[in-house]
Design a protein around this ligand. Structure first.
Ligand code: PMP
Length: 325
């Protein structure tokens, strides 16, 4: 018989697929790593399982405990897989801009979801970070995962995603392109890949409304760069400990509109029903295409599945309301 003992054993080893139509005028090879192939349909399954294991080993999480996290949705799902397997309760805080699909999916997995306002600063007591922190103090036997500063996040990608990309490209990868939220994906992969070959270029995709690009280029944390945007999962108004700016060669900003339009093109032209930040990463690579040479092999991380955005990017009324179409 051929079966795995638990759903969590299906996490990782996601496929690489060549992008053809969108990149038809580019001579280099562009490959997408489809993280929607994880059982929770996103890259965050990887860190959900690892951060819980790490907390148990450090005795921060005990039997019957409550897992608390602030999330744009996907990390909640990854954590829920681990919580279900191990019998923990779970509470997540989510900003109100996140898609209804993400909220309902978490509820379906038995997670208590607390919605917080998007348009408040990170240090406001109502922000999703502050509410999660407060709950973790108030609730006995609880553990605040904190994917932003918890270094088990980037370690997971150092141990899994990075080595997979190296093996799948036969060590020939020249560029890695990834959206930057907590920074765990890009930093963990970069740590592994640059150890193997320090010439590999690491390009971070940022959004308008986020502090990353300016901070990387000038060292200035500019509050004026912060405003709300529709792209989900990337860009930040804080500097998480998981980002190692030294390992990122450049940041490229993509507009909400360009990210949304490119997300739709991935579905229509490539048959890849991808999430919003996948479109952002693809659009970012297209903005940078003149930096690529003929024999380059670029890998773009595609963090999640389009089913999470049916009411947004894939909905004509929503797209018109945003003036994207
Ligand atoms: N895309 C989506 C849809 C995400 O949920 C996240 C995580 N916030 C990212 C990209 C960015 O990944 P990371 O947090 O590892 O930087």
């Amino acid at each position: 018989m051929e079966y795995v003992k638990n759903i969590t054993e299906l996490v990782g080893n996601t496929p690489l697929v060549k992008i053809n139509s969108i990149t038809k005028n580019i001579e280099s090879t562009i490959l997408a790593k489809l993280e929607s192939y994880n059982p929770g349909h996103s890259i965050k399954d990887r860190i959900g399982i690892q951060m819980i294991k790490d907390a148990e080993e450090k005795k921060l999480l005990k039997k019957g405990g409550v897992i608390i996290e602030s999330t744009s949705g996907n990390t909640g799902m990854g954590l829920a897989l681990a919580a279900i397997k191990k019998g923990y309760k779970m509470i997540v805080t989510m900003p109100d801009k996140m898609s209804i699909e993400k909220i309902d999916i978490l509820k379906a997995m038995g997670v208590k979801v607390i919605i917080t306002p998007t348009n408040v600063t990170a240090d406001n007591p109502q922000s999703y970070y502050s509410v999660a922190k407060r709950l973790s103090i108030e609730i006995k036997n609880s553990f605040y995962v904190n994917q932003y500063d918890n270094l088990a996040n980037r370690k997971t990608h150092y141990k899994t995603t990075g080595p997979e990309i190296w093996r799948q490209t036969d060590g020939k990868i020249t560029h890695l392109i990834a959206g930057v939220g907590t920074g765990g994906t890009i930093t963990g992969c970069a740590m592994f890949l640059k150890e193997k070959n320090s010439n590999i270029q690491i390009w971070g995709i940022d959004t308008y409304g986020s502090v990353y690009k300016k901070f990387h280029e000038t060292g200035v944390f500019d509050k004026d760069e912060i405003y709300s945007y529709t792209t989900e999962g990337i860009g930040e108004d804080i500097i998480p400990k998981n980002v190692d700016f030294k390992l990122i060669d450049l940041f490229e900003k993509v507009t909400d509109k360009d990210a949304a339009i490119m997300t739709r093109r991935l579905a229509k032209e490539e048959g890849i029903l991808a999430g919003n930040s996948c479109g952002a990463a693809m659009a970012g690579l297209m903005q940078l295409k003149d930096k690529l040479k003929k024999n380059d092999i670029a890998v773009i991380i595609m963090p999640d599945h389009g089913s999470r955005y049916l009411g947004k990017v894939y909905n004509d009324s929503w797209m018109k309301k945003q003036n994207f179409i």
